[in-house]
Design a protein around this ligand. Structure first.
Ligand SMILES: [Cu+2]
Length: 67
């Protein structure tokens, strides 16, 4: 079990959270995603095949910034 907590900027509403959750949920190894625009965080849980760089890229593809 791997757990990743990312600081993500530019989320402003629940719609942004949902876009991130939907996009990350289909990535390999990802089992659970929680995004909070209030805290500016994205929490990702998954197995050992989950890759941090791919997760970050996917978030940035959506127009958000990973710090
Ligand atoms: Cu939004």
């Amino acid at each position: 079990m791997k757990e990743l907590k990312l600081k993500v900027e530019k989320m402003v509403c629940e719609g942004c959270e949902n876009r991130i959750v939907n996009a990350l949920s289909s990535l390999e190894g990802v089992e659970e995603v929680k995004a909070s625009h209030v805290e500016g965080t994205v929490l990702v849980k998954g197995n050992d095949t989950m890759q941090e760089n791919i997760i970050q890229e996917r978030i940035e593809d959506l127009g958000f910034e990973v710090k």
